[in-house]
Design a protein around this ligand. Structure first.
Ligand code: COA
Length: 177
């Protein structure tokens, strides 16, 4: 599982050690943790364990979780972030986090381009949705570069990642919602 500059591994608790220092910084959590609390390493391990196990109480019978750690190719590969997606049949939600040191290099765009292609092999023709804090300009720009379009959140009332005031984006597909 790789792209030009990156490779990807299914996310497990093992990745928490490498990702903890880079994904629990104030800059990374600024728009994704409304509680403002920084998780501990143990909490991150538990979260990644749960992500690897998959859904216990299904939102829909078709619910599937996909999570990968992102590595920068190098003689000594470096963990730089992670990608997530939840599919519910014909639609799903995606998200992405990179450590701040790797912002502004086009690596999130490269990772997400690969992620959409990979997910297409697993859950074909899924229509992907994303919710974003309105001040998260980097995330909004990334979605626009990926050709997502802003849409009224009321078009998909059961978005799990939606917090009040979030902007909502969808990647248009042949299938209408
Ligand atoms: C959201 C996030 C992934 C965006 O990362 P990013 O690095 O800005 O995204 P991209 O990969 O699209 O990179 C775009 C930047 O790389 C630059 N770039 C350099 N080389 C590039 C290339 N070959 N191709 C594309 N862009 C390139 C672009 O010019 C742009 O620069 P700018 O930031 O100065 O405008 C990152 O900010 C993040 O992880 N934030 C914290 C977590 C978060 O909020 N996640 C979203 C929850 S909804």
């Amino acid at each position: 599982m790789q792209s030009k500059n990156l490779y990807f591994e299914p996310l497990t608790a093992v990745h928490a050690d490498a990702l903890f220092p880079i994904l629990t910084t104030p800059s990374v959590l600024a728009f994704i943790d409304p509680t403002g609390e920084t998780p501990s390493l143990e909490e991150l391990r538990a979260e990644y364990t749960a992500r690897a196990r998959g859904p216990v109480n299904l939102t829909t019978p078709d619910e599937k979780w996909f999570n990968v750690a992102i590595y920068l190719k190098a003689d000594s590969p470096i963990a730089i972030g992670r990608l997530e997606a939840t599919s519910y049949g014909e639609w799903g939600e995606i998200a992405y986090l990179l450590g701040e040191a790797w912002w502004g290099k086009g690596l999130a765009f490269e990772a997400m381009t690969w992620w959409h292609d990979y997910l297409e092999t697993l859950v074909p023709e899924t229509q992907w949705w994303a919710t974003v804090h309105p001040a998260n300009q980097r995330s909004i720009q990334l979605l626009m570069r990926l050709k997502y379009e802003e849409i009224d959140p009321s078009r998909r009332p059961n978005l799990q990642s939606y917090d009040s005031g979030d902007l909502c984006f969808v990647l248009p597909s042949k299938r209408s919602c």
